[in-house]
Unconditional design. Structure first.
Length: 198
């Protein structure tokens, strides 16, 4: 089976909610997302749908041109690559597509955040924190198994997955600009353009 790659993005946006979570986690990154491509164009998580209203939260397709990452331009991040096989990749894309299609039935698990802070397992149907969503997608796709309940998974737990390969740490915007530079390559090789046959 050929290998495919998926990408795990952990961020510190500096929002008040992120800072609140950081008070008890003491972790450098408190938001987790999963991407189907290295350019982070297919980037998914659970978080606020509208930047100015943190209570309006659920399944989101994230990006630097909208949402929290657009407004928080100094967002710090760490990005990992995870190798999977074709079958796992297809299952992952289907799992994400299912949540995306039924997104109105899903909500952000705010009570789950508070339960994690108390190390209490809270099972809620169709409700995820960001890290619960990422972990659930990896488990549902047969990519990984965790040694703790999904309901207790934190971004730091995801950060400690041994199969992850670190590819970047720094400002998210810098990574985005660097990784998307492939779209801005010169059309002509100016040194040899006059040697081309016409």
């Amino acid at each position: 089976m050929s290998e495919r790659n998926v990408y795990i993005l952990l961020t510190d946006t500096g929002t008040w909610f992120s800072r609140m979570i950081k008070l008890y986690t003491k972790a450098p990154y408190n938001h987790a997302s999963i991407s189907l491509d290295e350019h982070l164009e297919e980037l998914y998580s659970f978080g606020r749908k509208v930047y100015y209203n943190p209570l309006s939260a659920g399944f989101v397709k994230e990006g630097l041109d909208h949402g929290v990452f657009f407004y928080k331009k100094n967002t710090k991040c760490i990005i990992y690559k995870l190798s999977v096989n074709d079958s796992q990749y297809k299952k992952l894309t289907k799992s994400i597509a299912r949540v995306k299609f039924l997104k109105d039935q899903y909500r952000y698990n705010l009570l789950g955040v508070m339960a994690i802070a108390m190390n209490k397992r809270l099972i809620r149907k169709n409700a995820f924190t960001c890290s619960q969503f990422v972990a659930s997608m990896l488990v549902a796709s047969g990519i990984l198994q965790f040694d703790k309940y999904i309901e207790l998974i934190t971004p730091e737990d995801i950060m400690n997955i041994s199969q992850l390969e670190l590819i970047y740490e720094g400002k998210l915007r810098d990574y985005y600009l660097e990784s998307n530079n492939v779209y801005n390559q010169p059309i002509f090789d100016y040194n040899n353009q006059f040697n081309a046959n016409i």
